[in-house]
Design a protein around this ligand. Structure first.
Ligand SMILES: Cc1ncc(COP(=O)(O)O)c(C=O)c1O
Length: 420
């Protein structure tokens, strides 16, 4: 069938016959979402404390994650900011960070004056635990990790390192809603964890974020950062030394929008069903494509490791085919695979001006100097340059779309010599 066909880029028939077949429409909006928004709209669209839809979502999320405290934010970035502020970091403290992540995993740290110490990656693009160990100094206070594209980091090793060195562990789970590592949900390993609820995310409210912890002092500090007055008065104990700041908090306002939370609340009830389908689809991708030497697929070596499959990201090797990644990518697009993507802003952070010349925007780094350069993290830079990303659909009825991507990628791989 398609295997014998000429590639579309060379004038052959396309795998995708019309564009709508291959579109990934996310989030899924339907009557139930519409009703949830309208219901909330007539109740209230500004909530000052832990009540109404905030209370409902946070309690459900605590239960889902088996954590004591959950706190909603207006974005994942704000929730990550709160994780760093919760630690009461001082200028010059060091926090070990993944070099390959979306930048908001690290950018809020710059407001504390602490120094991000980057680590190169493992085979899946996640922070490499051995690199973490190498970078620990007397100034290291914490480790932050991101489960990239929904694939769990090497948690056994990371937990061991953090325990041994008494380091606080923070998880950025923005790609990994509902993912599991050996029977435990990601986000329940860290001392603090944060999720984005932004529009592309598996669990979304359009914009939003959420933080969890089991530690009341961390929780109180996270409240003070962005949830001043009523909520701080409601939840921080009058006996706490932090209570005197309840009216102003730290002066920022990071509250979520109730309509966003109403949406996320409805989606939370669908999350596990979606993840089950995504896992079946990802398995089918792996079975069909695992034997092509031109690509390397994510390595999941234990059945108890259950990614969320936020996206399916694989590596393409120019040196094995003699065909550039750009040509490969163009050939996929010509087959009609419109959602094939080369991640752009999610890049090794040492390539970004903010981490090369931080002092120009954050004067504190004239004193606590750090500066990264291109070429310092070869594994992450290579992973980034070779990455090809496709969506993973979440509903049974979307299998035909998912299959088109598998067929299209296989067609291009089989006929790769046509691209020379
Ligand atoms: C890994 C990661 N961390 C943090 C964020 C920031 O979340 P938000 O856009 O909700 O601020 C994102 C968003 O794309 C992300 O992918």
């Amino acid at each position: 069938m398609y295997m014998k066909n000429k590639l579309a880029i060379n004038g052959g028939g396309k795998i995708v016959k019309y564009e709508a077949q291959a579109k990934f429409n996310w989030p899924i909006v339907d009557k139930k979402i519409e009703q949830a928004v309208i219901r909330q709209l007539y109740k209230t669209i500004s909530i000052y404390n832990k009540s109404d839809i905030f209370e409902k979502f946070e309690n459900l999320f605590c239960k889902y994650q088996k954590r004591k405290y959950a706190l909603l934010f207006n974005s994942g970035t704000s929730a990550i900011h709160a994780m760093f502020v919760a630690l009461n970091l001082k200028p010059g403290d060091e926090v070990i960070c993944p070099v390959y992540t979306f930048y908001a995993t690290v950018t809020p740290l710059l407001f504390t004056g602490a120094i991000p110490i980057f680590c190169d990656i493992d085979e899946n693009g996640n922070i490499n635990p051995y690199e973490i160990e190498k970078k620990i100094t007397k100034k290291t206070k914490a480790v932050v990790i991101t489960h990239m594209w929904g694939i769990p980091c090497q948690m056994d090793k990371i937990l061991e390192i953090c325990r041994k060195n008494r380091l606080v562990l923070l998880e950025d789970c923005s790609h990994a809603h509902g993912a599991e590592y050996k029977g435990k949900k990601l986000g329940s390993f860290g001392d603090l964890s944060a999720w984005s609820l932004q529009g592309q995310k598996i669990l979304t409210g359009g914009e939003g974020g959420v933080l969890t912890t089991n530690n009341k002092e961390y929780y109180d500090r996270a409240l003070l950062l962005g949830h001043y007055n009523k909520r701080c008065k409601q939840e921080i104990s009058p006996d706490s030394p932090l209570y005197k700041f309840a009216v102003t908090g730290m002066g920022l306002k990071y509250r979520a929008h109730p309509l966003a939370v109403a949406i996320a609340n409805e989606y939370l009830s669908r999350l596990d069903k979606w993840l089950a389908i995504k896992r079946i689809f990802a398995q089918r991708i792996i079975i069909r494509l695992k034997n092509y030497a031109a690509i390397t697929l994510p390595q999941i070596n234990n059945q108890k490791i259950k990614p969320s499959w936020y996206a399916f990201v694989f590596q393409y090797h120019e040196n094995k085919t003699g065909v550039s990644i750009n040509k490969f990518y163009q050939a996929l697009k010509q087959e009609g695979l419109v959602e094939v993507d080369q991640p752009g802003s999610t890049c090794p952070l040492n390539l970004l001006p903010l981490f090369q010349k931080p002092a120009e925007l954050f004067p504190i780094y004239r004193q606590y100097k750090f500066s990264y350069k291109k070429g310092e993290f070869p594994k992450a830079e290579s992973f980034y340059n070779n990455a090809v990303k496709i969506p993973v659909w979440a509903r049974v009825q979307d299998w035909p779309a998912m299959k088109l991507y598998i067929d299209g990628i296989e067609k291009v791989l089989i006929n790769i010599n046509e691209l020379k």
